[in-house]
Ligand binder design. Structure first.
Ligand code: CTP
Length: 415
């Protein structure tokens, strides 16, 4: 079912496939969406703005600084790109040329479409179209990867005969396919928009630092990105989020209460102080399992002999929360270098979790210090479910999608 009244920006890049955006505009209008077409200068060489204006029953934007004859022209048109960005629900770019992908990936803002794109915070759907060699070029592929890691969605390109005479990947997806992708994305964002409203989610993230002396610590390679991505997505879905964070180099996610800590002991205290308020606990932090038993008051001096530091165990925060579980949904992580499923299952039982998100660490490109991850979802009742390699934000959304089914099975177990 199309969502009546949704507001779509249709960005049109300058390529021969621009003519197909007219059909896309018609389909989107037919589905009850209001469509604001924005054309790049080169798009207007392939398709007249009048065509899109007639189909969308709306003016078409082609210039960052619209030509007006009154003295307020510059000011009012200069902020139009912000208004358009704020007023619309989804940006679809068809055709997305190699040049537009590059400008988006690098945050350039040379015309209306690219400037408005920077101010737009909703879902972005790209329908690329270009010559096969341009599509396969390393630069285009890197730009595409950058955009996908930021959560941009892709439809096409298809393979087939291209306008340039070549045969291969690069043909714009069919307008109907693009319109269906728009509808699906709108559904997704509508459906998920506030589904965690009313929940208070307590999340731990990042590494901890255990003092050896006033200047030295024992820590690990956790970047905090997975925990911060979950916090950001949960807040965007309406939850109150309390993020207990070890030392990381990340900006606090929007709308999240961040409590900064250093050691495992401080992290445990911050968690326990906020547990009462929490309906969901997600332990993402790579908490130190051991800390120096007697941290030195003064900086340790170098000597010729060996140095041994006696370590003592820290409290397992997740296990402690598991012991005081009550009605809460408790989600843990398992960072493993081998036996992923078995170790995940063992930690699930041991720490009374509803879900353990197991990931391999120490591999290139996923896990610690990486923008991407690849995980296995381990629950009590179902077979482990693999989430293939994706941006951590995407993985974060998939983990949060598990909360509703987890509640249902917890209720069924307690009934
Ligand atoms: N965890 C915790 N407090 C600790 C240690 C771990 O809350 N002191 C939590 C982590 O946040 C994670 C889960 O326990 O959600 C598993 O952490 P992991 O390091 O994978 O496992 P450990 O239980 O520490 O076991 P091991 O290091 O032996 O694999």
């Amino acid at each position: 079912m199309p969502r009546e009244g949704a507001r779509i920006i249709l960005g049109v890049g300058g390529g021969i496939a621009a003519y197909k955006s007219a059909e896309l505009a018609r389909l989107l209008v037919q589905r009850g969406y209001s469509v604001q077409a924005v054309m790049t200068h080169s798009a207007t060489q392939f398709l007249t703005p009048l065509t899109l204006a007639s189909l969308t029953h709306n003016k078409v934007i082609t210039n960052l600084f619209a030509e007006r004859d009154d003295s307020t022209a510059t000011l009012s048109s200069a902020i139009e790109h912000i208004d358009v960005a704020l007023e619309n629900d989804l940006l679809v770019v068809a055709p997305a040329t190699a040049d537009l992908l590059a400008q988006f990936a690098h945050g350039l803002a040379g015309d209306f479409l690219t400037t408005m794109h920077l101010a737009f915070t909703g879902p972005v759907l790209l329908a690329p179209a270009m010559n096969t060699n341009m599509w396969n070029h390393a630069a285009t592929q890197v730009n595409l990867k950058t955009l996908q890691q930021r959560g941009y969605h892709l439809v096409g390109p298809d393979a087939g005969d291209l306008a340039c005479g070549m045969v291969g990947a690069g043909r714009l997806a069919e307008p109907l396919e693009i319109a269906d992708a728009v509808t699906a994305l709108l559904h997704q964002s509508l459906h998920q928009s506030r589904d965690l409203a009313g929940e208070t989610i307590l999340i731990t993230a990042g590494p901890t630092q255990e003092a050896i002396d006033p200047v030295r610590v024992i820590t690990n390679r956790s970047s905090g990105r997975m925990g911060y991505a979950i916090a950001e997505k949960a807040a965007a879905r309406g939850a109150r989020v309390i993020l207990v964070s070890g030392p990381v180099a990340l900006a606090p996610p929007m709308g999240v209460e961040v409590l900064r800590v250093e050691s495992a002991e401080q992290m445990k205290n911050a968690v326990m102080a906020n547990l009462e308020a929490a309906s969901i606990f997600i332990g993402v932090a790579a908490v130190a399992d051991y800390r120096p038993r007697h941290p030195a008051d003064q900086k340790l001096k170098k000597t010729a002999s060996r140095l041994s530091i006696e370590l003592e165990p820290t409290t397992d925060i997740l296990a402690e929360v598991g012991r005081q579980k009550g009605d809460r949904i408790v989600i843990g992580f398992a960072a493993e270098t081998q036996n992923l499923a078995a170790e995940g299952k063992r930690k699930l039982e041991l720490k009374h979790c509803d879900l353990v998100v197991a990931n391999l660490v120490g591999l290139d490109g996923t896990g610690f210090e990486s923008d991407e991850n690849e995980v296995l979802l381990i629950t009590r009742d179902a077979e482990p479910k693999a989430i293939p390699r994706a941006a951590k934000r995407e993985i974060a959304s998939r983990i949060l999608d598990q909360i509703a089914p987890l509640r249902l099975s917890a209720r069924a177990r307690n009934a």
